[in-house]
Design a protein around this ligand. Sequence first.
Ligand code: DAK
Length: 260
Amino acid sequence: MGFNNILFEKDGKIALVSINRPKALNALNSETLKELDVVIDQIAEDDDIYAVVLTGAGEKAFVAGADITEMKDMTTVEGRKFGILGNKVFRKLELLDKPVIAAINGFALGGGCELSLACDIRLASEKAKFGQPEVGLGITPGFGGTQRLTRVVGLGMAKELIYTAKIIKADEALRIGLVNRVIESDKLLDEAKALANQIAANAPIAVKLCKAAINRGIQSDIDTALSYESEAFGECFSTEDQKEGMTAFTERRDKSFKNK
Ligand code: DAK
């Protein structure tokens, strides 16, 4: 399927997805959300993709939020439909069984900040700016901001960002733990791809099980969470890659994982 608002390419074992509406600062309209939904399904079904980099096309924005022009005149029913679609797509991304790295190259506001929060790892360029401006528009964050931001930066910091609607720069995002690191703008994509390739060099099923255990465990009490880890650990022993990883170690040779 061809996309109007998304660029999708494969590079070895990684996929690069770019939200591609630079004239609207990559704002998420319904069509873009639907295309993102399709691309996530394609990635999920492709056994040769081990990790994903998600970024925004153009110089200025990762994603400047949900599309205000489209939302402005929505009826209650349309607004609800739009919210359900966005939440479904963001959750699908969060649950995708491959790690997703957000390469945040500019504005990540509202739904854009929330999109980065549905990714596993956030890398920011020096030009990146973050915020949840929704209350200034008369709405609440609607794509998980009140929940995922709180889990990443903590209660006090999330409340300050959401209640004030202020926009923070990359260095402040790093200080509060919203991003893992800040990178020179022209090196951002290469570093994000290098990180994705570093992940892709490991056993993909083990990485997938780690993602599921972390994501499920963070919402559970410690005993339940540790049981997820035990389950995941046990499951690894049914894979060829576990045999390969350990045999390669004992034979002192390079390993070759097959995603099996
Ligand atoms: N939507 C639509 N168009 C946008 C946009 C957006 N979010 N952000 C920017 N654009 C468009 C601008 O209208 C402009 O288009 P033209 O006028 O050239 O046609 C073009 O992108 C360039 O923008 P600017 O001219 O404004 O560029 P500046 O450098 O001057 O300013 C800016 C950049 C990022 C500071 C500014 O564009 C801005 O403040 N943008 C809006 C940022 C924002 O407020 N984002 C949050 C959107 S609200 C829910 C579900 C979801 C949500 C809420 C509820 N439910 C489930 C209930 C999510 C809400 C949001 O994300």
